[in-house]
Design a protein around this ligand. Structure first.
Ligand code: TZP
Ligand code: MG
Length: 208
């Protein structure tokens, strides 16, 4: 993958968008130029079974028509079934060697890291990118850790200058410069886009 693809990484599930139609938000975000999309359907009220898979396929079709990578959160079986462009896993999900073996060398494998030890593991198991956060406080993840600021992000960017890094957690159009200045290649956001009154304008601001 190219690190530019992390620039505006939109993450969405149906539970994040309340009343508004999630596919319409995704279409607006794609049209405005998001560079990567992660399907993250989890938490209370999340779709299950056939509805879950159908919704994933609907999202994937839209990403395909814009040539934007479609990444699946956690669910490697779904990623394989749909021939997704990649997966993103946390430290509590399947171990990286197993994820890589199942996905194959051509797919994108991203992992969340919170410490130097986890970063070293991500490097040695050839993750394609790492996610670092939460940078700021977030409402979008039930089990999110405390906001970490940009200290570790900066250290990680220095330690691994060739590894693409995306910052996550509480990032908005008003604070996104801070993680970029600390060394992130881009920002991953849920609520900043899902709750925006003007999705297209929000995405454009992240690209400026
Ligand atoms: N991982 C760390 S923070 C977070 C995830 C999935 C949630 C990010 O959502 P938001 O709304 O952009 O803070
Ligand atoms: Mg996970």
């Amino acid at each position: 993958m190219k690190r530019e693809q992390l620039r505006v990484y939109f993450i969405m599930g149906s539970t994040h968008v309340k009343l508004r139609e999630p596919l319409s938000i995704l279409e607006q975000a794609l049209d405005a130029g998001i560079t990567m999309f992660q399907f993250r359907e989890k938490g209370s009220g999340a779709l299950k079974g056939q509805a879950y898979e159908s919704f994933a396929r609907e999202c994937q079709q839209r990403c395909r028509s814009y040539g934007v990578p479609f990444i699946v959160n956690d669910d490697i079986d779904l990623a394989l079934k749909l021939d997704a462009d990649g997966v993103h896993v946390g430290q509590e999900d399947a171990a990286l060697p197993e994820v890589r073996q199942k996905m194959g060398s051509d797919k994108i494998v991203g992992v969340s890291v919170h410490s130097m030890h986890e970063l070293e593991e991500a490097i040695s198991y050839q993750a394609d990118y790492v996610g670092i956060g939460p940078i700021f406080a977030t409402k979008s993840k039930d089990d999110a850790k405390k906001p970490a600021g940009t200290v570790f992000l900066r250290q990680a960017a220095e330690r691994a200058p060739d590894l693409p890094i995306v910052a996550i957690g509480g990032i908005t159009e008003h604070n996104f410069q801070e993680p970029l200045e600390a060394g992130a290649d881009g920002v991953a956001v849920i609520s900043a886009i899902c709750e925006s009154g003007d999705v297209a304008e929000t995405v454009r601001r992240f690209k400026r």
